[in-house]
Design a protein around this ligand. Sequence first.
Ligand code: SF4
Length: 476
Amino acid sequence: MKGNLMVAANGQTVNEPTCFSQEPAEGRVDASPLPPTVRGACPSLSTPMQTGDGLLVRLRPATPGLTVAQYRALAEAAETHGNGLIEITARGNLQLRGLTSQTMEGLAADIDRAGMSVQSEIAIETPPLSGLDPSEIGGARTLAKRLQKAIDGLVPKPRLAAKLAIIIDGGGQLTLDGLTADIRLKAARPGERADPLWTLAIAGTETTATPIATLPDDLAIADVVMLLKRLSRLGPRARGRDLDVAELRGQFSEARLNARAEAGPSISPLGIFSLATGGYALGVRPSFGQIHARDLLRLLAVAEESGVSEIRTGPEHSMLLLGLAADKLEHVRAAATSCGFQTRGDDPANHIVPCSGAGACASAHYATKQAAADCAIIAPELLDGSFKLHLSGCPKGCAHPSPAALAIVGVPNGHAIVLDGPASAQPAVNIGKEHLKSALALLGELVRNDKVAGESARQCLKRLGRDAIATALRQG
Ligand code: SF4
């Protein structure tokens, strides 16, 4: 069943399970929010999460996208029931902030009234343009629907980790290669005229996940279901990394391990994409992943008058406006820029990934979004696109769970500078609270002065090495 909360025939609100592993419970919206430090929690409508600016709710529409009218209803609800701040997460989920236990029921009712159903069960993620992308190799959305049906039919229901993620990626203009998943299927075409096959891999991004087999549609579905049953047997917290790779590989013949799709070059979701159905999609992103409802409403007005038929969220905090004619693209892009959206793939600020940060998250030790804005001015040398600069308010690393070449992580007495690791990794050096701007400037200066011809910022930092960078920052 879809939807975190629905209105029953008798008019009562009914909580639905936030996670595949939970049983539905009837009654009013649970007013006991999750504390901010609960790992593996789903801050859904029925279980909002306590943050620094009130309750946070995360929504994943059960449909590929929403209409302009539905987004308008969502933005109005965010202002009415919360503090108006709306975020798009790195995985394309929507987050509303600043809610209270008193306003949750009104929010749920408004969402229901707008005809939005939100995904509450196992997350099967597909690229935002799946089904509309002329270069998609395999029909990811179709396969996802078939897999969902197969999972829905399982008796007993598998008990799975709340954050378990399945990615089905048909290839194409926009992929989900950079997102981690417990189980992933990626389409590859073994020959020019051959039907697509799916490479099944576990635990990681497209680059780091372990491939298990390459399979046609039916077997891909059957084997993902098999993996889910295994995970269920391992316990409700089991993740893809807990599966026995050697044992799994032993079950597949050598022939089924060939033809792995290569991870393609990463394409920014910001910009213009042609659609198989005619027309275009314009990819935009709220600056540093967050927008106020009133600014979103301004953009929606322009989008509506320009003929946008649907809006989908995508990776890297993006939002894709679908159905635009060629002569409307620049008009809508200019409006998006004036409303506070990033609209170009070559904007240096695209290479900074801040989490919500201080003022929005109770766990944050610094204002990450302000630091991101500062960095774009102070240290543009770091932002050549060769890596993502991760600004994390604490070691949890919500905004960039995978390792980053450089992460600046908030800790109680200042900032931890992490090189080539996730936010929780051992830092190369710690700096005091007041030294963030000077550290950014120094890192930019290091790259500016030490970069040799043809070298990227990332290569330069790597060549300089952890010890030299740590020493420079200590002395600075
Ligand atoms: S990483 Fe950022 S958003 Fe996540 S818990 Fe820490 S401070 Fe909050």
